[in-house]
Structures are given as C-alpha cells and as structure tokens.
Design a protein around this ligand. Structure first.
Ligand code: NA7
Length: 532
C-alpha cells in the first residue's frame, strides 16, 4: 500500500491547483478521480451548450503569468470544449498528470486511529494511505435523477446532462424531452431547439434568466485582458461574489424610478451576471427593488415570446429576481417561438410516469426518442455524503451531518483530523466565481499544512465549539437577504435527501469577508482549530 503525505480527491479546478501547490510545498501527493481525464465539472458536463457563466478571463487560474499570456480565450463566456482544452493544457504545462490516478472513484475514506493515517479506497481496487486528505470534489458533482415512476422503462436514449456521453448524442430531427429549467436546461434548450425534430420542455419552476451577451474576444481586447489580468483578479477578490461585477453601493430606493429603469437596461445590455451582481445593493434586501427588476425581466419575456400563454408560464411567480442563481441565456425565450418547441407546465400537469414510449403527464403521452434529465445535483454536500467517510471513533460524516453539515470555516469538520474540504458547505463557493474561491481555499489549506510541519504538529481539526459558531454564522449570513425566504433552491439543499433540506449551506457575508477571516485566522495561529 503506497503512502502519501496528501491524497486529493478530484482532478477538477480545485484538485489540479491543489496538486500544483502541494508539490511546491514539497508534499508527496496523489490525486484520484473517477473520470478518465482531468476537468471535474468540465469533464462531466459536456452537454450541448455547456459554457461559463463567469467571464472567461475572470474564471481562469491566476497563479501563472506565463499561462495567462499563452492562453487565448476565444469568447467572453467560453464553451465546455474550450474549457476542457484549457484544463488539459494546464495539466500538461505543469506536468500534473503523472500524479493523478484516473478511473478511480473514491468509495471510502477511513481514519485509522492507530497510525493516525487515512485509508482511501477506490472503485478500481486501490488503497492509498495518507496523512492528509483534501476533498476537492466540487459542490455540484453528485448528479441526481428525479424520483419518477418508470424511469428505467424508457425505450429510447436517455441521459443526465452531467453524464453526457463523450461521443455525443445525435439529436437531429429527433423527438426530445428535457426535464428541468435550471441553468443547465436553459443552456441545453437554447442550443438544441434549432436542431431537433420536436422539443418538449418539462418545466416545474421557471427561473429569472439574465442575458449572457456572449461574443468573440477580438485581438485588441485579448491583449488588454492579458495586460490587465492582475487587476481583474484583484477586482474579483474585492467583489461580493468574486465576479468582475461589483454591486452598486447605492440603494435603489434612493434613486429616481426612471434612472433605476435605465440602470437595469444598461446592466441587461452589459450581460452575464451584471443585472444580478452589479445592481443596487438593496436588490438582495428590498422587496420593491427586487420586484421592479423582476417586472423589468417579465416585460422582456412578454416582448420576446410570441404566444402570450407560453410567455406567462415562463415568468416565475414563486420567487423574486436574484433569490436564486439566475441562468444566463442566449435566445432561450426565442426557442419557444419555434412551432416544434412545446412548454409543458408540470405545475398544471405533473409527470405521472415514464413509459417505454415517452413521458406521461396527466393522461397525455409525450412520445419521445430522447429524454434529457437536466435535474441538477445533490448540491454542496452531495459528493462528500456519497463517499463513506469515517473519522475518529468510527463516526461517519453521514452520521455527523444527519441534521445538516457542520464545519469550521467550511474547510474542516470536528472528529475528522487532517481532512480538509475545498468549496464544500459553509464557504461562499456556490455564490462565487469558482476559480477565485478555489485558489483562495487551496492556498489556505496548503498554508495550514506548512504551518503544521513547521510547528511540529501531526494533526489539525476543527474545534467543536468553533464549528457551532461558524455553522450558525452561515445561517445568519442569509438573514435579511431575500433569498433566505426562497428555500426551494439548491442553496438550501432543496433537492438533497435527508437533513440538508431547509439548511442554508453557504456562507454569504461575501468573498472579501471570507478572505479576511481566512487571513486573520492564519495570522493569529488558527484559533478554532485543535492541533496535536
Ligand atoms: P438546478 O438549478 O438545480 O435545476 C434543476 C432543474 O431540474 C430545476 O428546474 C428543477 O425544478 C428541475 N427538477 C428537479 N427535479 C425535478 C422533478 N422531479 N421533476 C421536474 N423537474 C425537476 O440544476 P442545474 O444543473 O440547472 O444548475 C445548477 C447550477 O449549475 C446552476 O445554478 C449554475 O451555477 C451551474 P425545480 O426548480 O426544483 O422546480
């Protein structure tokens, strides 16, 4: 059995960077991943239309000037194939592949109290021993199929978007059904609508979408983006959610209505998350402002969708704009103007079952050749809960978290010494530009390991009292924000089985606050953590 200083679970954005940093720190590291190649989210989610909702140049790694200079993003919001190529390029450039074990899904991570080492076993029969484990497993990686009777009976082709086959699926001229209308479904629907023979969109809840406004990056902009890269990253680290969009420090309630409406139009024209994250501060707290932005978008939907009945169905009534992460769209609403695209409102006629020939809603059968499940993930805790993680005294993580996750700073859990989590529950990740938060998390964890070594400590774990305080602080961070009232979102573990449901899973005091807390904790010798 080979022994390592660190086993990193996951070769996505976080895991790749962790490997690079751990090597620099002189730690013998092995990364394990279930996939056959690097990429994580960008390996698995290869469905048609998959792309960034962060601006490409704000999402890329910041740690190497050479990498920034040599990589040219072709679009403001790059698509999955380009992102995957980028991550492969990073892997090759920093010679990471030789320390990654592919096709190895982690099944168990068990703490051995005698040796005080972790034993990590994988689906391909490996057992790795390590002093430290870093779970870089992502917070939207445990994909979920809906619980619908007959789901295995369908005679055609079906897939979850997060398991889209590498060889693709030929959808041309086919009768296709998409279940879900979240960010993933929006990307799929707007992309495949012009190709398919017939498209049935099964919608339970519509979402407020923002206009993506994707476009190619011209040569001049390319140069400017490279020149300004450090400033772009610095700006992201100072904004609430780590994006280049900075909240307007004015409250909308203090501005004239005409000026407000003009401002919404300007942000809508800018695209991406501008309407969400560069809007007035009080869009997250003031019901009237959030309602006004919702009305602004509803008017756009009515303008763009020809059939008034369909337009009304695409307008959310159960939540205000900004209270869920908004999908970025390009011609999504126009897709419903094609005569062969049909919207099925599951609130009116729920899916009763899946039959070999298609999907039945009420007493109507929608005959299909392909079913696409864009039904999301067991969010934030999903992959951690899927693995059999056993800490001190035989305590499993599933037992510890039966009533929702408990963490200190979102990185460590009491009873699980030397186990670290990147972008897990209770950090801003779900509300963050991922790479910005991943780099910050990874650097902090690698610094912890350096600190341990330099101070002759053998282990570090969260202190239970600090964990209670941090967990409560995460719940409190949503208080006063409108999205604390919308509990049927993945921020609240809505699609998760068990104790997560209704528990707020994220730290939402903002990225700058999180970075500050991290820095202060490290500078003052890690209060809230126990060392041996
Ligand atoms: P989401 O945002 O969780 O969306 C999942 C969608 O699937 C959503 O529309 C759900 O409707 C729908 N869903 C889930 N279960 C069912 C059943 N049983 N029947 C019908 N519809 C169902 O996941 P995405 O992959 O789209 O996006 C995740 C994040 O990835 C996104 O925020 C971006 O940051 C990137 P519901 O809303 O629950 O009524």
């Amino acid at each position: 059995m080979e022994q390592f200083d660190v086993v990193v679970i996951g070769a996505g954005i976080s895991g790749l960077y962790a490997l690079h940093k751990l090597r620099q720190a002189g730690l013998k590291t092995r990364v394990v991943d279930a996939a056959s190649d690097v990429g994580g989210t960008w390996y698995w989610n290869r469905y048609p239309g998959a792309r960034f909702d962060s601006e490409s140049y704000s999402y890329q790694y910041s740690f190497s000037r050479e990498l920034i200079d040599e990589w040219n993003w072709s679009e403001h919001f790059a698509g999955q194939p380009e992102i995957e190529r980028y991550l492969q390029h990073v892997t090759d450039k920093f010679d990471l592949r030789r320390d990654i074990e592919f096709n190895a899904r982690v099944e168990s991570v068990i703490f051995d109290e005698r040796s005080r080492l972790w034993n990590v076993t994988t689906s391909n029969g490996l057992t790795l021993r390590a002093t430290y484990v870093i779970a870089a497993t992502g917070f939207l990686s445990a994909h979920q199929y809906p619980d619908i009777p007959g789901i295995g009976d369908f005679a055609g082709v079906s897939t979850h978007t997060a398991r889209w086959p590498r060889e693709g699926i030929d959808l041309r001229g086919k009768r296709v059904g998409v279940i879900g209308t979240g960010a993933t479904a929006v990307q799929v629907i707007q992309t495949i609508a012009p190709q398919v023979g017939h498209l049935s969109v099964f919608q339970r809840s519509p979402n407020w979408c923002t206009a993506l406004r994707n476009r190619p990056i011209d040569a001049e902009t390319q140069q400017a983006l490279k020149r300004d890269a450090e400033a772009i990253f610095a700006r992201c680290n100072e904004t609430y959610a780590g994006f280049i969009h900075k909240l307007d420090e004015r409250n909308g309630s203090t501005i004239d209505k005409a000026d407000r409406l003009q401002h919404y139009q300007t942000l809508h024209d800018r695209g991406g998350f501008a309407l969400w994250l560069a809007n007035y501060m009080d869009v997250f707290t003031n019901r009237e402002i959030a309602q006004e932005v919702s009305d602004f978008l509803a008017a756009k939907i009515r303008e763009r969708v020809r059939d008034p009945e369909t337009a009304e169905k695409l307008i959310p009534r159960d939540h205000l704009f900004g209270t869920k992460r908004p999908p970025g769209e390009t011609n999504y609403y126009e897709a419903f103007n094609h005569p062969h695209v049909e919207l099925i409102d599951l609130r009116e006629t729920p899916i009763s079952r899946i039959l070999p020939a298609g999907i039945e809603t009420g007493d109507r059968l929608h005959e299909l050749d392909v079913i696409i499940y864009a039904t999301g993930f067991r969010a934030v805790t999903g992959e951690l809960m899927r693995m059999h993680i056993v800490g001190e005294g035989g305590l499993t993580l599933a037992e510890k978290w039966h009533d929702g996750p408990k963490t200190n700073l979102g990185v460590q859990f009491a009873g699980f010494p030397n186990f670290f989590s990147v972008l897990g529950p209770h950090n801003p990740a779900a509300f963050c530009n991922i790479t910005r938060c991943a780099e910050n998390n990874v650097e902090w964890i690698v610094d912890c390991l350096r600190y341990l070594r330099e101070h002759g400590h053998t282990s570090m774990e969260a202190c239970p009292a600090a964990e209670e305080v941090w967990t409560q602080r995460c719940y409190d961070s949503a208080k006063g924000l409108l999205f604390s009232e919308v509990t049927d979102s993945w921020f609240f573990g809505y699609h998760n089985p068990g104790g997560d449901q209704g528990r707020y899973l994220i730290f939402t005091e903002g990225v700058p606050a999180y970075r500050r807390i991290f820095a202060e904790t490290a500078a003052s010798g890690y209060p809230g953590f126990v060392f041996r």
